[in-house]
Write a protein that binds this ligand. Structure first.
Ligand SMILES: Nc1ncnc2c1ncn2[C@@H]1O[C@H](COP(=O)(O)OP(=O)(O)OP(=O)(O)O)[C@@H](O)[C@H]1O
Ligand SMILES: [Mg+2]
Length: 282
């Protein structure tokens, strides 16, 4: 088994001065953020709704439509700036080296094609027998035991939890180096959320990929991430090792955010809502 200790040599992904501007509404929503992700690291990206987490995630492999969004800065992945490599080269990285899992598995799966067909499409370069074996193995990795039945199923025949497992199996099909998960458990009930996160963590340790995890669930983050980045209104306002950040938050937004979690408050303290006036926001 591979070690889960992050290697601190050179970053796997290094984002420098990333700006995202939506041209139609003439609005910059990400204002020059910078962060690194090292190989085998689990990094959580948290922050309030609309702060720019999803657009940041999408911009990593240029998934924002160029007509709508102007993206500038540097997104260096394994030494290549993904913002200016040819589209063909980018397609080879997207899905293969950088894979995504989104919130709604139902929306990412094609309802008219079987799971097996959709998974086969991703690795159609392999011979048929090898392909099927590979798919069965990945389905087993995500805890699906009746692999043949799942292979033959259409998405609507599977539960939400099963669909999200299939999405994870698809994401790891080509052994990515970085998995970007945008609220992968939000659509699931609480017990399933924990199961899916435990699954991601064990796969990450077994396969050794890095994870950028976007989530609102701070309790799960604390069990899961090596490092936390906090976004607020298009900026990263705070970042640090999970344990250190849980003990002490410097930015008032982060402080307010962590105070909302009962576990991180003192026993007799009352719940303090986020005071936007204190943050200078009216
Ligand atoms: N296609 C678009 N055109 C114009 N503005 C957009 C577009 N997509 C996103 N935005 C705006 O960019 C900002 C950041 O959105 P984003 O989806 O990244 O937020 P988020 O942090 O992921 O929020 P949530 O936690 O609710 O998912 C928001 O103000 C959003 O309205
Ligand atoms: Mg989002």
């Amino acid at each position: 088994m591979m070690s889960s200790i992050p290697s601190k040599a050179t970053p796997l992904l290094s984002i420098v001065d990333l700006k995202i501007h939506f041209t139609m509404v003439d609005r910059e929503v990400v204002h020059g953020i910078s962060f690194d992700i090292f190989s085998k690291e689990v990094v959580a990206l948290i922050g309030e709704s609309g702060s720019g987490k999803s657009v940041t995630a999408l911009s990593v492999t240029r998934l924002l439509p160029p007509r709508e969004a102007r993206v500038s800065g540097t997104i260096a992945f394994q030494g290549k700036n993904l913002l200016n490599i040819p589209r063909k080269e980018l397609t080879a990285i997207r899905g293969r080296k950088v894979a995504y899992i989104f919130q709604e598995p139902g929306a990412s799966l094609n309802p008219s094609l079987t799971i097996g067909y959709q998974m086969s499409e991703i690795i159609r370069h392999l011979p048929k027998k090898k392909r099927i074996q590979h798919i069965y193995n990945r389905l087993k990795d995500v805890g699906i035991m009746d692999t043949e039945r799942c292979y033959r199923s259409y998405p609507h025949q599977l539960s939400g939890g099963m669909q999200q497992r299939v999405m994870i199996a698809m994401a790891i099909l080509q052994e990515p180096d970085l998995l970007i998960a945008d609220e992968p458990t939000t659509a699931l009930d609480v017990t399933l959320q924990k199961q899916i996160l435990d699954l991601l963590k064990s796969l990450q340790q077994q396969c050794g990929f890095a994870i950028l995890m976007i989530t609102h669930n701070l309790l799960l983050v604390s069990h899961f991430a090596n490092r936390i980045l906090v976004m607020f209104r298009g900026n990263i306002v705070e970042s640090g090792e999970t344990r250190a950040l849980l003990q002490e938050q410097k930015h008032p937004y982060t402080k307010a955010l962590f105070q909302c979690i009962p576990r991180f408050r003192h026993k007799h303290q009352t719940l303090n809502p986020i005071d936007y006036a204190e943050l200078g926001i009216v």
